[in-house]
Design a protein around this ligand. Structure first.
Ligand SMILES: O=c1[nH]c(=O)c2[nH]c(=O)[nH]c2[nH]1
Length: 306
């Protein structure tokens, strides 16, 4: 570029909130999804930055309208991943100057309620963890699809410890084989699909994968129902969780996990007069998430099994 400067740029619309309802779906009743969509387009619109020439700009307002128009066009229930691909395909094929699109979606967890033990035809309540996806689509049809979970809060009251870590003059933390373990898992996993034509035809494969990954992560964190499984560190548990996902699902190429260590601090209260006011016996804790440990890792296959 002129003036000895280089510019990398993209533009888009964030926090586009849309809810889509499909009425009276056979066998289930009404279906609702609520999405928070972010669109980012890559196109050569340098003149807008350098010369006040907007002629190559797709207005972010039009991107927002497109989200609603495309939601309307989806007459069949669709997953966040497929909707993101559909949007990305649209932006890259409809606009000659758009070379690539990145679409992020966070789905709000509206769970169907049960009344008298039966799934309700049109009643939902808000859950906690959220299904996320990021899809990049290039004009050629090349894609990358990453899906994820955020806000998955897990806790176990025992079967966790932390020993034999570095000890020096700054170390106060006692070693323990008995502590609480709590975290709020954020997970991302990459699918191996490289082109839109690689995406499987099965309509619910992404939704089912989300539910199955969530189950595998949680089951590995907790271990069997009665005895559980001992965790020597958040790091080790994180690794076992990621490994379980890769072992179980051949379609997942890599898993990234973020697992803050949310501390439950032992409470000991004493004074000269009352030395045993509260003496900690694995019973009373001070829950705190500030500060918290941050443990994160990406685990990938070294050899693709695909
Ligand atoms: O599982 C843990 N991993 C750590 O890295 C760490 N650091 C710490 O103070 N407590 C813990 N616990």
């Amino acid at each position: 570029m002129a003036e000895g400067l280089k510019i990398d740029q993209k533009h888009g619309k964030s926090r586009v909130r849309v809810a889509r309802v499909w009425r009276k779906v056979a066998g289930v009743g009404d279906v609702i999804v609520e999405w928070n969509v972010a669109v980012s387009l890559f196109s050569d619109c340098l003149p807008a930055y350098t010369s006040a020439d907007n002629s190559a700009i797709v207005a972010t307002d039009s991107m927002k309208n497109t989200v609603y128009a495309k939601a309307k066009e989806c007459t069949e229930v669709i997953s966040a991943e497929r909707f993101a691909v559909l949007l990305g395909r649209h932006f890259t094929s409809y606009y000659p100057l758009v070379t690539a699109a990145v679409v992020n979606i966070v789905e709000k967890p509206w769970d169907r309620v049960a009344v008298d033990g039966r799934p309700h035809s049109h009643g939902f309540k808000l859950g906690s963890e959220r299904h996320t996806t990021e899809v990049k689509v290039e004009k050629s049809g090349a894609i990358s699809i990453t899906s994820g979970i955020e806000g998955l809060s897990l806790l176990k009251t025992t079967q966790s410890g932390f020993e034999r870590f570095v000890r020096d003059r700054f170390t106060l933390l006692p070693e323990t084989r008995e502590r609480m373990m709590a975290t709020e898992v954020t997970a991302f996993w990459r699918y191996p699909f490289a082109h839109v034509s690689d995406i499987p035809g099965k309509p619910f494969c992404f939704t089912n994968m989300y539910l199955d990954v969530k189950t595998v992560l949680a089951d590995t964190f907790f271990g069997p129902p009665v005895e559980g499984v001992y965790s020597p560190s958040v790091q080790n548990t994180l690794y076992l969780m990621a490994k379980a996902v890769l072992n179980r699902f051949a379609d997942i190429a890599s898993v990234q996990l973020r697992m803050p260590n949310i501390h439950f601090l032992p409470v000991n209260l004493s004074s000269k007069d009352n030395p045993n006011m509260v003496k900690f016996a694995d019973d009373v804790y001070l829950p705190t998430d500030e500060p918290h440990g941050t443990i994160e890792a990406t685990v990938s296959r070294t050899m693709s099994r695909m």
